[in-house]
Design a protein around this ligand. Structure first.
Ligand SMILES: Cc1ncc(C[n+]2csc(CCOP(=O)(O)OP(=O)(O)O)c2C)c(N)n1
Ligand SMILES: [Mg+2]
Length: 592
């Protein structure tokens, strides 16, 4: 990078925020989402007046929660960090919910906050006093990986380099740097060294201990009915091929909790997300980046309101993860403590190929015969599972209102020959059916869930993913729950303005259905009328007119769909529109 290209051509003077923006560009950052404000006006000016190479695109958002959700979705779609500029204490409070989601989902985001000015002689009366907080980052402290509020431009330079490295070192997570408005606006007398590429070298990831991996290989090879449980391993998409190799080598059934795309669901060793019968009979479980390990060993019985553990006592458990390297003492997303016989701290991307090598070296003819026999049984099991899932969905095709399995199947049949990725899958039930019925066989085709289950995620995250696919022929699909949507409907403006290739299909049950289910359950338990469960959970009177709302933001929409027959034809029209005009579209679908 040469010095000339770093700063606006017309301007002879270089400002603090020019240096900051160039540091972002050095890291390959392309987009910065923001809702503007006085404490980030220096940064704002440096972005929009950048006459150098590869200027950043400012993605204007109508709420900071949307800015952060966009960065969240973008990071999952690309594996790259986005930056978000956040206007002081007020913007940070709006951003915090979405930062929480990104934290729980272990997604890197570079959050840059405007601060102050801390020097009271530089403050405007009233507003700069209200908008200056001591310890501003305290709003986020429980769910970011690192924070800094540097003093001076040199300190800010170091903080940004460090922030980027920390956010992108596994386990990845959001980081926050609060930058005094006056540092952004000061003229730099000296040129600040930017060319030291040693600051940009990526970290070498930790490999597992050799002895522990060898022990694990021994366990897996000698086991009678070993099982793999996987959840977030696919955060490194290259690890999927390694898991496929391991599973095929040993005929391991794979139970996929779906935090990311981990394993092709069409593979004969894919066994869905529950695997009750495998857990109850296995003698050895390998768990890979599973977030809720204890929860994954069983299921929650809604009727009885209890967790049922399916794991048999004799199973040896080995877990490969770096999760203990990033723990918050305030968010209990580390989950209930689970029993582990062989905990291995390592990056699964590096550990699994090494494990494959070790297992290969231990297979003899007796073990080969055992594996062969197991494979036959597992193939049959996989086919049976898929047949039953499809049967259930087909049996529901005539249901009215449209059922979730039937809807998921019909949407699949409408897009299977298109180039698509699933940017957001609504809620956990819809996602579960997607994993049962869609063909998910390429890394990147499925981006998981919100992480923190904080509503307001879907639309922003989908726009972030769709930004990554702008100017391509891939269409991002968002199965968008109505309740989640109503937290951040103004994200439609950003989708329209930046013309992202996004198909939004409203999962419109005119309800906080999850809330209604809780209300019904508790009423039943207390012997009270179930009918009142709709009070405080139904989103009716008035019904929201989503097509009209979308049109008002300049987004193409279609007549609300009430019957399953209309789904395919409407999706076809919407896809043709998105391909032709390279703009988003919305379909409103009434479901159960
Ligand atoms: C920020 C936030 N507020 C409240 C909740 C509690 N909550 C969980 S699910 C849910 C209803 C979600 O409704 P919708 O998105 O329409 O999905 P549905 O249950 O109808 O499928 C609510 C209110 C939450 N998870 N996050
Ligand atoms: Mg709903």
């Amino acid at each position: 990078m040469n010095k000339q290209s770093l700063f606006p051509k017309e301007s002879k003077k270089i400002y603090g925020s020019d240096v900051m923006v160039n540091i972002l560009k050095q890291h390959g950052i392309k987009y910065v989402a923001c809702n503007p404000g006085a404490t980030i006006r220096g940064l704002h000016d440096s972005v929009v007046n950048d006459a150098g190479d590869n200027p950043l695109t400012l993605v204007l958002c109508c709420h900071e929660e949307i800015s952060v959700a966009i960065a969240h979705g973008y990071a999952k779609a690309t594996g790259q960090c986005m930056a978000v500029f956040i206007h002081t204490n007020v913007g940070l409070q709006h951003a915090s919910m979405a930062v929480f989601n990104a934290w729980c989902d272990r997604v890197p985001i570079l959050l840059i906050g405007g601060v102050g000015p801390l020097d009271i002689t530089k403050r405007r009366p009233w507003i700069d006093w209200i908008h200056t907080s001591n310890d501003q980052a305290s709003v986020l402290r429980g769910y970011i990986k690192w924070e800094d509020q540097p003093v001076g431009l040199y300190g800010t330079r170091d903080a940004l380099y460090r922030a980027f490295r920390i956010a992108n070192t596994e386990p990845k997570a959001p980081v926050y740097v609060g930058i005094d408005a006056s540092i952004q606006e000061e003229i730099t007398e000296e040129f600040i060294q930017l060319e030291d590429i040693k600051w940009l070298v990526p970290i070498v990831q930790p490999q597992a201990d050799n002895e522990a991996l060898n022990q694990l290989a021994e366990l897996l090879v000698s086991a009678e009915s070993p099982v793999v449980l996987v959840d977030y391993m696919g955060k490194n998409p290259d690890s999927v091929a390694h898991l496929v190799a391991l599973a095929e080598l040993l005929a391991l059934p794979v139970i996929d909790k779906g935090g990311r795309y981990n394993f092709p669901n069409t593979h004969q060793l894919y066994m869905g997300s529950e695997g009750k019968e495998f857990l109850s009979t296995t003698d050895c479980i390998l768990t890979l980046d599973v977030q809720d390990l204890y929860g994954a060993f069983g299921y929650f019985d809604k009727e009885k309101n209890i967790y049922v553990n399916c794991l048999n006592d004799k199973a040896m458990i080995a877990h490969i993860s770096l999760s203990d390297y990033l723990i918050s003492s305030s968010v209990a997303d580390y989950q209930k403590l689970a029993p582990i016989d062989l905990p291995i701290a390592a990056n699964t991307l590096k550990a699994i190929p090494e494990l494959v090598k070790l297992c290969k070296s231990k297979i003899n003819s007796t073990i080969s015969a055992k594996i062969e026999k197991r494979l036959g049984l597992l193939q049959a099991k996989h086919l049976e599972l898929r047949k039953n899932w499809l049967l259930k969905a087909n049996n529901e095709l005539s249901k009215n209102p449209i059922s979730i399995p039937a809807m998921v199947l019909t949407i699949w049949e409408s897009i299977e020959n298109e180039k698509w990725i699933l940017a957001n899958g609504g809620n956990t039930l819809i996602l579960d059916w997607i994993r049962k019925l869609w063909k998910l066989d390429k890394p990147g085709c499925y981006l998981g869930f919100s992480g923190g289950a904080g509503l307001g995620y879907g639309l922003g995250a989908s726009i972030g993913a769709a930004l990554a696919y702008k100017n391509t022929d891939t269409i991002c699909i968002n199965l968008q729950c109505d309740g989640d949507f109503l937290f951040t409907p103004s994200a439609l403006w950003t989708a329209a303005h930046y013309e992202v290739p996004l198909l939004i299909i409203m999962m419109n049950n005119r309800s906080y259905n999850n809330t209604k289910e809780h209300a019904e359950h508790i009423a039943e338990y207390r012997n009270r009328p179930r009918n009142n469960a709709t009070v405080g959970s139904d989103l009716t009177q008035p019904n929201v007119d989503y097509p009209k709302l979308a049109e008002s933001f300049g987004i193409k929409s279609y007549e609300t769909i009430q019957s399953i027959e209309k789904i395919k034809v409407t999706i076809k029209l919407a896809l043709a529109y998105i391909k032709k005009y390279k703009k988003p579209a919305l379909i409103d679908l009434i479901i159960e």
